[in-house]
Design a protein around this ligand. Sequence first.
Ligand code: UTP
Length: 285
Amino acid sequence: MKPIRKAVFPVAGLGTRFLPATKAIPKEMLTIVDKPLIQYAVEEALEAGIEQIIFVTGRGKSALEDHFDVSYELEATMKARGKSLALIEGIRQKPGSPVYVRQQEPLGLGHAVWCAREIVGDEPFAVFLPDELMVGSPGFMKQMVDAYHKVGGNVIGALEVADSETDKYGIISPGARDGRLTEVTALVEKPARGSAPSNLMIPGRYILQPEVMRILETQEKGAGGEIQLTDAMAQLIGNQPFHGFTFDGQRYDCGDKAGFVQANVALAVARADIGPAVRSFIATL
Ligand code: UTP
């Protein structure tokens, strides 16, 4: 079984649900307390043993590149003032990393992942949607990689949602269950109300075999007129092992305004430094 060494972060979306905040700032740079969403996702990847970070970006996303680069002026000024660089030094990646590829037009998540095909090459890889913040210990991807080492093939997240929510997500048609692992027998993107095969949605974490890139190459547009990753993954079922993994932790959909605020509140009250002040403020509301 090949190890999962590479991770693709599609960050070329327009973030229209979060306007006006995302007019000039990438959605992935919005902060949960004091850290941009993208950094949470990269840290989750590194914890899972990922060695190569691949960002699929688009125009207007240069703040993401700067975030993982050296900031000479900031570092020099902070050093001269005797301030600790701990919070910014840790972000810097090794020379030559991350790798950035461009998705020229936002044609959909499947198309964004396919844009990374040359860098991914012929090995299994992870995909992270960084606007979904996963809070758990160990992190979601570490838990998924451990599960992958047991079953191989493709492993995607599988989280329960209310029946009324299934038309918003990619949904799993479940087979046999074994603890946190569920065999996947089919996948459907945004099923019409009342037609979902289960209430297990696919969150933004995936471990996929490279064959999915070949399928994406000729994938037609699906739900919403976009090239859907779900449709391409569905074609792997039956040819390769395919499992859903239920995360032991909490998911926050930070591409949605309510989810974003909930994540900020939850992480703020959990912090030793600002938690007490935030808690007592909330009590006054
Ligand atoms: P979303 O469905 O959240 O789309 O994409 P979006 O454009 O970011 O946001 P809204 O819906 O307009 O508010 C899920 C993930 O896939 C990436 C996004 O950047 C996000 O991480 N994506 C989506 C791309 O990289 N390219 C695309 O063409 C579409």
